[in-house]
Write a new protein. Structure first.
Length: 346
């Protein structure tokens, strides 16, 4: 992606964007890449996001660190912090690194997986622009604030949780709005805080936390979103809650907070990978309610998508994404994506 070659993004950093497509559903990832690419380019072009430099460790102990992201692109900050957390975990058993002065960093699971490659438990969290209305409220005060935890098992198997603390991603609502379809109740609310199936009203109102409304446990998702703010915005000293710029704003610095954790199982009870494999087997081996839909473990759907990409010899891009990326390329004077046979038109 020469689109970002002038923004201090190395191949490892660009891998964050590629992993979005390899792991996920094409239609949603198309929207994700559409919005994130647009945001990255606009932030760099406007000078709101720094394109040169490197993150700086402001304070550290054997197991912890506070990092200033220097307003660099999120993947640059994220890789720096996760590498530091892994280094500390190798030395003392755990590494806990938080950063302020960061930007949108892609998918949380990418960073947790970096620890997994070292046979460690990895965790990653980030706060985001406010899109979620808290239980009993009607104003967006929390982001989708994703959580990711990855844990190694035997023979390369693993548990990989990567989830937003909102009921759904904003991209799903956007997709229904563009198609003119209603959304399921429990995805979002209108500007008065009332649940609605009208995607346009949700875009004017907000998403709801995991669980939906209070009666169906939405307060738990609300609590998880707040927990992410504790680890990111509050602990790192970044912007938080409604102090973070909205995702449409490009005229001021985001200053997101992020948290990266690596834990070495070797410093705890022996046999971690064996027990982890057994835990995965217990659940995958359950009799499913529907024979056509077996019980899966967290990370299984993404592994299936990655396998499909490998079998195809690449990643199928939606035609809208190709067109959008080429428009971005044209605007900043770099080479467009070359056409191929694997374009998705619906």
């Amino acid at each position: 992606m020469c689109l970002f070659s002038s923004a201090n993004l190395q191949l490892l950093d660009l891998d964050v964007l590629v992993s979005v497509f390899k792991c996920g559903c094409c239609c949603l990832c198309s929207l994700s890449l559409y919005f994130s690419t647009d945001m990255y380019v606009k932030d760099i072009q406007s000078g709101i996001c720094a394109k040169d430099g490197e993150p700086e460790v402001e304070k550290e102990s054997a197991a912890t660190a506070l990092v200033d992201g220097k307003n660099l692109l999120g993947p640059v900050v994220g890789n720096f912090c996760m590498n530091l957390a892994i280094k500390k975990a190798k030395e003392v058993g755990i590494g806990w690194v938080v950063a302020h002065g960061s930007n949108h960093y892609g998918i949380a699971g990418y960073y947790a997986l970096q620890a997994l490659k070292e046979n460690m438990i990895g965790m990653s969290f980030t706060n985001t622009s406010p899109l979620v209305v808290p239980t009993r409220g009607k104003e967006c005060t929390l982001g989708t604030n994703p959580i990711s935890v990855a844990a190694p098992a035997k023979d390369g198997d693993s548990f990989v949780l990567d989830m937003a603390t909102s009921a759904v991603a904003l991209g799903k609502v956007e997709l229904h709005y563009r198609r003119g379809d209603p959304i399921p109740e429990g995805w979002g609310c209108d500007s008065e805080g009332k649940l609605t199936t009208d995607p346009e009203k949700v875009l004017d109102g907000g998403l709801v936390p995991i669980g939906g409304n209070e009666a169906t446990g939405g307060y738990k998702g609300y609590g998880l979103g707040m927990m992410v703010e504790v680890f990111c915005g509050i602990l790192a000293g970044s912007m938080y809650s409604k102090h973070i710029r909205t995702w449409k704003v490009t005229d001021r610095v985001a200053n997101l907070g992020q948290c990266f954790v690596a834990i070495n199982p070797e410093n705890f009870a022996p046999g971690f990978n064996d027990r982890m494999s057994d835990l995965l087997s217990i659940h995958r081996g359950l009799d499913p309610a529907d024979p056509d839909t077996p019980v899966l473990a967290a990370g299984d759907p993404e592994r299936m998508n990655m396998k499909k990409c490998e079998e195809m010899g690449g990643i199928p891009y939606h035609i809208n994404v190709v067109n959008h990326m080429n428009e971005c390329a044209k605007n900043i004077g770099v080479s467009p994506l070359l056409p191929c046979d694997n374009l998705i038109s619906n």
